[in-house]
Each structure stands twice: as C-alpha cells, then as structure tokens.
Design a protein around this ligand. Structure first.
Ligand code: MV4
Length: 492
C-alpha cells in the first residue's frame, strides 16, 4: 500500500496522515467546500474537493470518495470515526472496487451494528450480559411478561441503536405499553428499523471499554481498558486509561471477553467492546464499536502502540507483530475533549473564529487537533476541535499535568470545554475515582466555573476606570454567574 485516501476531516484526518507519512505512505485528502483552509487539506500529498459543506453532500458520499480513490491511485481508504466508518455498504463497496477498506468487513459491521445479533453472537462465548432478551420483542404482552421476570426498572433499547439513541427507561408496568410504542416509533424514524429488546436497567454504571486488535489470520490482543464514564448526553468529555476501579483479574476477564466478541464476528483491525460495570465490579457486554474511536489516544499513550499503524498493517494482510504478553500498562493517560461548546449554557455548540489558538506543549502532553489560529469553526460538523491528552507515571501526576496543560492552552473567540475539564478532574469524586455515568448530572452546575478570577477582573476594571479618572463605575463584587466576561467565557 503506497497511497491511502483519508475519508474524514479535522483532527482524525491529521492523525491518520501523520502515521501514513511515518510509514512512507502517500495520502489523499477529500474535503468539503467549508474545509478548504483546514490543516489536513494542506498536510495531504493530494487533496480533492468532493462537494458542499453539508456532510450528505461531501463526507458521506461513498461513491464519490471511491471514485476519487480510483482516480488518484489510492489503494486503501481510512474512514476515521463517524461519517462512513461504520457503514457496511461502504466497506463492501470499497471491496467491490478493489480498494482496501482500512477497517472491518461488511459482515462484522452488520453483525455488531445490530445489537440483537451482537448479543446473540456474544452469548455463545460466555460473555456476561445484563439480564434481558436477545430477541426482538414481538408485542406488548411479551414485554409485560419479561418485565415481571426481570423486575423494574427496565430499559427498552433499539436493536439498530447505539450511543444511547432509541433508549427508554420504564419504571413500572403501567408505563410499558406507551414507552414501548415511543421507543419503536423513535427507532423506526431514526434507523428505519423498529426492532427493540429489553434489559434490566442498571442505575448508575461505569462505562468501561476494551480496545482490541485482530489480524486477518485469527490473532487477537486486547490493549486494556478506557474509562469513559464522564459523559453528557452520550457525548464523552473525559476518558482515561487505565480505569482506577479495575483489578488485574477483572481487567483480564474483560479483555478475554472482548476478544471473544471480536472472534464471534470474525473481526479484524482495531475495535472496541463496551461494557457496563456496576458498583460491585460486575461487568456486562453492551455493544461493539467497529471503528477507531476518538479516545484511542489514551490507549496509545499507556501501551506505546500506534493503533493507526496496526490498522494499516492488518488491512494489508500482515500478522500482528506482538502478542498479549508483550503488552504492558505504562503509567496513566487522561484525555479531555476540547469542544466548541459553552458549558455555561447547557453545552450549546458555539461557532465563530479562533481569534487566538495556542495549544500547550511540554513533557507528557499530546494535542491532536485539526484547527489553527484564524480559522472558523463551522456549524456543519462535530463540535470537537481538539483532544488534549496528558500522560504521566501515576493518575495523580496525569491529573496535575492535564491541569498544567489546560492553563497553557490559549483559546479566544470560541466558547470551549477547557475550564470545565479543569473543574471536573479537580472534584473530589474524580480525584478519588468515585464516579459513574451520572457524574456531570449529579455534580456540575455552571456557577462552578466562575472562579475568583471573575471578581478579580471586575476589581481590575474598577481600578483601571479609577486610574483613568472616571468614578461612575459600579464597585460591587461580581455576582456569581452573570459577571463572567466574554474574555473569561472564552477562556482568557
Ligand atoms: C444501559 C444502561 C443501563 N442499563 N443498559 C447507553 C448507550 C448505549 N451504548 C447503552 N447505554 C446504556 N445502556 C442497561 N441495561 C445505561 C446506559 C447508559 C450509558 C452507558 C454508557 C455510557 C453512558 C451512558 C449514559 C446513559 C445510559
């Protein structure tokens, strides 16, 4: 493979092309009209505009992208995450066109994309699952019977769902019929498939996932876990590796289950198996993500493995060059997603120009970003502008390093999640590791981001006005949350 096309944008396009360059592989970028000035377009050896800003008219046009691959002589396509990365038809179309899809086969994507077939595949391998069904629910009577057996609360899930879409918690039998109808109609309109199944609802679980790699010769390894419980509306904000709640025995058991799930769908490449973990450290298989994930970097930091390099090697038919016993956990890594969102306003996405943008540097700091100063953050795509990853010997050192890096990070012009991240990792809950998927709902209030700085800014402006000989400036201290200036709101 001498040339690959990267069918993505932003930080992940940069991420993939960096490894390609290290491997001596040429790169082709495809980009939308909105992304013409983005760094990934310049970084690529060749770049082709494939359409207007809307994803449906650019990054989701599989046929057009395959046409560009043929035209430029790219022998492989790396899909990144999102967009076409978990599209079985696209994987198949690449195959049919004689282009190597750097990801799993349509067979694996289909089997894991449907949550019912994923559970059916997993159950033959002794993978623990939440009590419930692995068959579509036929009618309300069947659901009522199951509710009696499992006990409330229960969770109705769409088989075609994932990432939280099409889920309904049902507290009592009286609500079941209505909730099931809602779940089915939601699933039908979102996925064109109204199959649903039922599980016992686990109240406040941790979300822990296992990274794995498989080759086309049946060899598998797991690259330990990522703790991803700090999320909001199914959007992860902080991820770390390893998880501070796992023991070596549970880590091994989860890793072996993850490999079993991968084997069950004849998986190859990089994949992730998601688990729920309850307060007694019981773990349950949830679903498998058949792509490279946003948070793959924390795994790279603690294992020293370049996951993109392994994806490319596996795609071109090579055997994995290491086994399970070669892998060790080295230190601790924490990632903060730097999103163009305003934590003071319900994490509403913000758009505009990056008037100033200076990422942090120094020991143990990795920034995977896709923007630079002066660029506009467009409304058309995901709000994530960068990932900030801190790696150190221990968890406490990684937290301190992340905070130091946040202090060095200089973003002006766009609201972002940097201050939120600093608050989160300094809470007693995070520091002691006592948190679950409800952490943000339970602990975060916008006024927590208003530090003494707001009052200091007010005092400074009063003093400045005084020095300029004006005396009509209000001198009261800044009220808790209304006083945050645009300056502070945008971080500086
Ligand atoms: C659950 C659950 C509780 N009980 N299943 C959400 C996304 C999808 N992957 C599965 N999800 C959940 N499944 C049972 N039986 C709670 C969630 C869940 C969740 C899971 C992982 C990370 C964040 C979450 C936030 C809310 C709910």
């Amino acid at each position: 493979m001498q040339k690959i096309l990267v069918a993505n944008r932003g930080e992940i396009a940069m991420r993939v092309m960096r490894t390609a360059r290290e491997m001596g592989i040429k790169t082709v970028a495809v980009f939308s009209e909105a992304d013409r000035n983005m760094p990934f377009v310049r970084y690529a050896d060749e770049a082709i505009c494939i359409g207007p800003a809307l994803s449906a008219q650019s990054y989701l046009r599989g046929e057009k992208i395959i046409e560009v691959a043929k035209m430029t002589g790219a022998q492989g396509i790396h899909p990144g995450y999102g967009f076409l990365s978990e599209n079985a038809a696209f994987s198949q179309a690449c195959d049919d066109a004689g282009i190597t899809f750097i990801g799993p086969t349509a067979y694996s994507i289909n089997m894991m994309g449907d949550k019912i077939s994923a559970k059916q595949a997993a159950k033959h391998f002794n993978v623990p699952m939440v009590p419930g069904t692995d068959q579509p629910i036929k009618d309300v009577n069947e659901a009522i019977e199951l509710g009696k057996k499992i006990g409330y609360p229960i969770l109705i899930k769409a088989s075609a769902g994932g990432g939280g879409k099409g889920m309904r918690v049902v507290e009592k039998e009286a609500d079941l019929e209505q909730q099931m109808q809602m779940a089915k109609s939601e699933a039908l309109s979102a996925f064109g498939n109204d199959a649903v199944f039922i599980e016992k609802y686990v109240g406040a679980p941790r979300h822990i996932e296992i990274q794995l790699l498989g080759d086309k010769h049946g060899n598998y390894v797991y690259l330990f876990e990522r703790e991803c419980s700090i999320q909001r509306r199914h959007q992860k904000l902080i991820e770390e590796a390893p998880s501070c709640c796992l023991t070596p025995d549970i880590r091994k058991a989860m890793g072996e289950c993850a490999v079993a799930v991968a084997r069950a769908c004849k998986y190859h490449g990089a994949g992730t198996v998601e688990f729920l973990v309850d307060e007694n450290l019981n773990f349950y298989f949830l679903e498998m993500n058949t792509r490279l994930q946003v948070e793959h970097c924390v795994t790279e930091m603690i294992t020293g493995v370049d996951l993109v390099k392994e994806q490319i090697n596996v795609a071109r038919g090579e055997k994995l060059s290491f086994g399970q016993n070669d892998l060790k956990i080295n230190g601790h890594a924490i990632e903060l997603r730097v999103c163009a969102e305003n934590p003071l306003n319900n994490f509403l996405p913000d758009t505009g120009t990056l008037e100033m943008y200076q990422p942090p540097k120094g020991p143990g700091v990795r920034v995977d970003d896709g923007f630079e100063e002066g660029l506009e953050v467009p409304i058309y795509y995901d709000s994530m502008i960068a990932k900030l990853i801190a790696h150190a010997g221990t968890r406490d050192e990684a937290i301190a390093r992340l905070c130091r890096a946040i202090d060095e990070y200089y973003i002006k012009g766009i609201a972002n999640t940097l201050e939120f991240g600093k608050w989160a990792v300094n809470t007693p809950e995070f520091k002691t590791g006592h948190f679950d998927t409800k952490f943000i709902d339970k602990n975060f209030k916008p006024e927590m981001l208003v530090t003494e700085d707001a009052n200091a800014e007010k005092a400074a402006s009063v003093l400045a006005a005084y020095l300029w000989g004006k005396d009509k400036v209000a001198t009261e201290a800044a009220p808790a949350n209304k006083s945050m200036s645009k300056w502070k709101l945008n971080r500086r």
